[in-house]
Ligand binder design. Structure first.
Ligand SMILES: Cc1ncc(C[n+]2csc(CCOP(=O)(O)OP(=O)(O)O)c2C)c(N)n1
Ligand SMILES: [Mg+2]
Length: 646
């Protein structure tokens, strides 16, 4: 049958059913779905042959994810995907060979250079941001990415500056772009899901959520996972959130529902959430056997909903393809998968010693002499806390990519109040006056949610901004631990340098007042010095605050900047302002006092105490050197002539 006759016939049969999709596009959808399934099948075979080490499939999820690939714009929209988004990634432009290079852990795997498990998608060309194995961390990062969308719209200078920064070639922003984030039904139980919805709705962000509900999270059924068993029902109360449900095994219904939701985001009417019912025919992964917890009847019912067989039947029934054409298409795909697998199996593995590449920025070395400068001291002496605000202010004026946010950091969220009140500017006043000077879109309060503070900073930094986020008290950093340890520190390494997130986390740390007790006095900095990829600094003087905070902002790695609360207002560590370009390299300890018998190696609030102790020792005739580490990771003590180190 001639093509045009067949299309006419199909349209005549039921035009509304096709939702405006032409024959060519319908066949493309089927081809992508089938290709996705065959890639999973091939990986399963490779796993059974011990040629790859893990397999997690997209089987059953292909229909809704393939049509999402039609609705999203490759290289324009930003994608925070999860492991069952193979069909989406194929539709966006990731090739079968690239996917199999990841499966075998090849050097040229574009998602991670062979560093991550299979199906952890990431591709800089298509704005597919590197994903970890953690369920749910992507939600808050996607919020940060969507905030970057709105920020770049309002601040073209920031975009120009971001393009000039390292990896600037991957910074892009287009009018109407949106951010996509997906996850399974189980991942919606993570706090980050709810934190992200709260932040996304409060700001009406252009963020599209696809929840791919296959009824199980490994063996936990959805009614145990989600109160009432339906995430769309639960989320309907969020203001400005467009919520819809679809049969995710039906590409046409999925297309219609997702199209409307995507448009809601493109029109800047707020975020959207599509709850798609899908199936999971291949168990959770190859390490799982669903027969242990699903009955034969359940599995049989799922098999009837399989998107691949349903859609091929539809195409034949609607006379868009005949059986022979389906077979030809499938044979072509099989051949493509075979060739890609052969090429992937022959691909080079990463060199063992390449493991250290891309832990830190290869372009900017914050320990280098480039950061050695002389202070141009002037003005009245400032306390440490005043120096934080002054340094942030100068960096914000120099670089429009810099945003400051966290709990209570703004002067007053209700801007009209600023005519009548002085403003808060942080519980310690470290960000005082910044909102007044730079505006509410650059200095703003966040909801009280630490994981999302860090996650949002990661998303913004991945898009090229330079967020300086505040964790109000070190004691409350722990909800953000996974975002820090598994995301912030590792983004560059796990994507083999394709993505980075050089955010600065300012954290007030340590004991400072009598009665601060167990939850206002913690000092756990050593935990973070054990996280490769993160720089950790902790100044003890106002001058070092200026130099090290500026280096933190100008460097290209994530930095934890620890500010000891006890030192914020001490008179003994004050300094005149050293000028807007004063930087101190990381990894350089400061000799506080020369001495030849004993060296006290310390940092933070103990530096001053060491000085008191050293004075006492000197009175007893013991020459004492004091070293202030300043930078805890990297850490070099700099002592040259001590006999004993304390
Ligand atoms: C934070 C975290 N907790 C636990 C796991 C282990 N894990 C991996 S996938 C998964 C279930 C996810 O279920 P769901 O979100 O429904 O996605 P599905 O695999 O069903 O598509 C679990 C518990 C993990 N990877 N990360
Ligand atoms: Mg699930």
């Amino acid at each position: 049958m001639a093509l045009h006759t067949r299309v006419k016939l199909a349209n005549k049969l039921d035009t509304p059913k096709l939702h405006g999709l032409d024959r060519e596009t319908l066949i493309r959808i089927y081809r992508t779905m089938y290709l996705s399934r065959r890639l999973d099948d091939r990986e399963i075979q490779l796993k059974r042959q011990n040629k790859i080490f893990f397999q997690i499939s997209s089987a059953g999820h292909e229909a809704v994810t393939a049509v999402m690939g039609l609705l999203l714009r490759p290289g324009v929209d930003w994608i925070y995907s999860y492991y069952r988004d193979r069909a989406l990634c194929l539709m966006l432009g990731v090739t079968p060979l690239e996917m199999l290079l990841q499966a075998v852990g090849a050097k040229d795997d574009p998602s991670s250079g062979g560093r991550q498990m299979p199906s952890h998608w990431g591709h800089p060309k298509w704005n597919i941001v590197s994903k970890s194995s953690c369920t749910g961390t992507q939600f808050v990062q996607a919020v940060g990415a969507a905030e970057a969308t709105l920020y770049y719209e309002a601040h073209p200078r920031a975009l120009a500056q971001a393009k000039k920064a390292p990896l600037g070639e991957h910074v892009n922003h287009q009018p109407e772009e949106i951010v996509y984030v997906s996850a399974g039904d189980g991942a919606t139980s993570e706090g980050e899901f709810w934190e992200s919805l709260n932040a996304a709705c409060a700001q009406k962000l252009p963020l599209f959520y696809l929840i791919e509900d296959n009824g199980y999270a490994i063996s936990v059924p959805v009614e145990v996972q989600t109160a009432g068993g339906s995430i769309s029902k639960l989320t309907r109360g969020f203001p400005s959130l467009h919520v819809a449900e679809c049969d995710g095994t039906d590409p046409l219904e999925s297309y219609a529902i997702c199209k409307e939701a995507v448009q809601h985001c493109r029109d800047r009417r707020g975020p959207a959430l599509v709850h798609a019912q899908v199936t999971r025919p291949y168990s959770h992964s190859l390490s799982d056997d669903e027969k242990l917890y699903k009955t034969a009847e359940e599995r049989e019912a799922e098999a009837h909903r399989d998107p691949i067989s349903k859609f091929s039947l539809f195409l034949v029934r609607e006379r868009l393809l005949d059986q022979k054409e389906i077979e030809t298409l499938e044979a072509e795909v099989d051949l493509e998968v075979r060739d890609a697998a052969d090429a992937a199996l022959a691909a080079e593995e990463p060199a063992i010693d390449s493991i250290r590449v891309n832990i830190y920025s290869p372009e900017i070395d914050p320990t280098s002499s480039t950061f050695e400068t002389q202070p141009q001291l002037h003005g009245a002496p400032k306390t440490m806390v005043e120096m934080v605000a002054a340094t942030l202010s100068d960096e914000m004026s120099r670089d429009e990519r810099v945003t400051v946010f966290g709990e209570d950091v703004a002067d007053a969220s209700r801007e009209e109040n600023l005519k009548h009140v002085k403003g808060k500017g942080g519980v310690f006043k470290a960000t005082s006056g910044l909102q007044r000077k730079y505006g509410h879109d650059r200095v703003f309060n966040s909801p009280l949610a630490e994981a999302s503070i860090v996650g949002r900073a990661i998303g913004m930094a991945t898009r090229g901004l330079k967020p300086v986020a505040e964790i109000q008290f070190f004691d409350y950093i722990w909800p953000a631990m996974m975002q820090i340890r598994d995301e912030l520190c590792v983004m560059r390494w796990r994507s083999n340098g394709a993505f980075k997130c050089p955010a600065v986390l300012r954290v007030a740390i340590g004991g400072y007042l009598t009665g601060g007790a167990v939850y206002h006095s913690q000092s756990g900095e050593s935990i973070f010095t054990h996280c490769p990829g993160l720089r950790v600094v902790m100044p003890s003087t106002a001058l070092d605050v200026a130099g090290l905070l500026r280096t933190a902002i100008r460097c290209d790695d994530p930095v934890m900047f620890l500010e000891h609360k006890h030192l914020y207002r001490q008179p003994y560590n004050r300094s005149e302002y050293p000028g807007p370009d004063f930087t101190i390299p990381f990894g350089r300890a400061r000799v506080v006092k020369e001495g030849s018998v004993v060296s006290i190696i310390t940092y933070g609030a103990l530096v001053h105490r060491a000085e008191v102790a050293a004075a006492q020792l000197e009175r007893e005739g013991i020459s004492t050197e004091i070293i202030d580490l300043r930078s805890l990771s990297p850490c070099r003590n700099g002592s040259s002539h001590s006999r004993r180190a304390v």
